[in-house]
Design a protein around this ligand. Structure first.
Ligand SMILES: O=C(O)C(=O)C[C@]1(C(=O)O)C=C[C@@H](O)C=C1
Length: 362
């Protein structure tokens, strides 16, 4: 009786949802057709030029969040539209994204969250291979981790940014939840724990407490550790939840990172300069002479032009002279007046200067 009354009320509502979904699909198809036209126009003006326009993607999502009247949650807009834009972009031209694999890695998650799923994945074995793949044109963009909230900078990425001609085209911050996983979901017969050294470091307190006698072994990536664990019952892997799904492993424990707020920031790198989106960041590398007050002097143009710095990281210049490269992120686009002025002044003062790129803030 109650069931019948419930069904009678639900049915017309579900019919409404079906009709709205059909309208949405029709609109999505219209959108896809227009995106194809955009692709043709771009091709006519710049054959072989980039289809990916990060500034346009970021600003259209922000605009929708601003005009959203609800009740559809504004927080859901970025992920929904990232997939819509990704599918339309994929129709224009396939986007190949290089990142640290294998399947199920955090880098893969970052790449999909940033570019959507309508991309061609290129799973690489090292950060160097990612940069090489993009430099050689095998992939249009790469996704690389640059800093972790527990472990700090990813030094190999910083070194590659210094020496490569690639530009920073975007950023993506991901919450990192590590899980311990084995074939059986127990630690029975397990003789070692494998993961990327960064993950082992991020879980060291938990491991020392729960499994103080189990040796650790470094793997090139967490998902590679998961792949190995899928072949060898004596290995427990630390990796993200999606790696368990990708390699058919069971969880022994979830969320084992020592810092529950553990996050990793990834950068999208590619060959193209990104135009202003209205809410941007600029990354640069500077070096100053090894004398007192040099760092203070170096940063003065930022304060003088009212430009905010969001990150300052140093890395030894390997000259043996206690000289450093400074990796700096500032708010704003290099094409903005104040940022442009500050950047020009920084360049004039620095012993070394490299503009890594301006890109939309996440
Ligand atoms: O506006 C463009 O340049 C497009 O190609 C369209 C579109 C979209 O689907 O909205 C797709 C890819 C670009 O990265 C940006 C936006």
């Amino acid at each position: 009786m109650v069931d019948d009354a419930l069904k009678a009320q639900l049915q017309p509502l579900r019919e409404k949802i079906d009709a709205l979904d059909a309208q949405l699909l029709d609109l999505l198809n219209q959108r896809a057709a227009v995106a194809l036209q955009v692709g043709e126009v771009k091709h006519a003006f710049d054959a072989g030029g980039p289809v990916l326009k990060p500034e346009r993607e970021a600003s259209l999502v922000r605009h929708l969040q601003q005009i959203n009247g609800g009740p559809f949650p504004s927080a859901a807009i970025p992920s929904v539209w990232t997939e819509i834009v990704s599918a339309c972009r994929g129709l224009e031209s396939p986007l190949t994204v290089a990142y640290l694999g294998p399947q199920g890695s955090f880098s893969e998650q970052a790449a999909f969250e940033h570019f959507g799923h309508a991309v061609v994945p290129m799973r690489c074995e090292s950060f160097d291979e990612i940069f090489r793949s993009v430099e050689s044109g095998q992939a249009q963009v790469g996704m690389v981790p640059v800093e972790n909230s527990t472990e700090g900078a990813v030094s190999r990425t910083l070194d590659l940014l210094l020496n490569s001609s690639l530009k920073v085209m975007g950023e993506r911050s991901l919450r990192i939840q590590h899980c311990l996983m084995t074939q059986s979901g127990t630690m029975h017969g397990v003789t070692r724990v494998m993961a990327h050294p960064q993950a082992l470091a991020q879980c060291q307190g938990w491991l020392a407490k729960r499994y103080p006698d189990l040796p650790w072994e470094a793997a090139p990536s967490n998902s590679e550790a998961a792949r190995l664990a899928a072949q060898d019952a004596s290995i427990a892997a630390i990796a993200g939840a999606s790696a368990a799904g990708a390699w058919g492993l069971q969880f022994v424990a979830e969320g084992i990172q020592d810092d529950p707020h553990n996050r990793t920031r990834f950068l999208a790198v590619g060959k193209d300069v990104v135009a202003p989106s209205g809410n941007d960041k600029t990354s640069l590398i500077l070096a100053v002479p090894n004398r007192s007050g040099a760092v203070y002097d170096m940063l003065a143009p930022l304060a003088e032009n009212g430009v905010s710095m969001t990150r300052l990281e140093s890395r030894p210049a390997r000259t043996g002279q206690w000289e450093y490269y400074f990796y700096i992120d500032i708010l704003g686009h290099a094409a903005d007046e104040a940022v442009g002025r500050a950047v020009a002044q920084l360049k004039a003062r620095a012993a070394f200067f490299k503009l890594l790129g301006s890109y939309p803030t996440q």
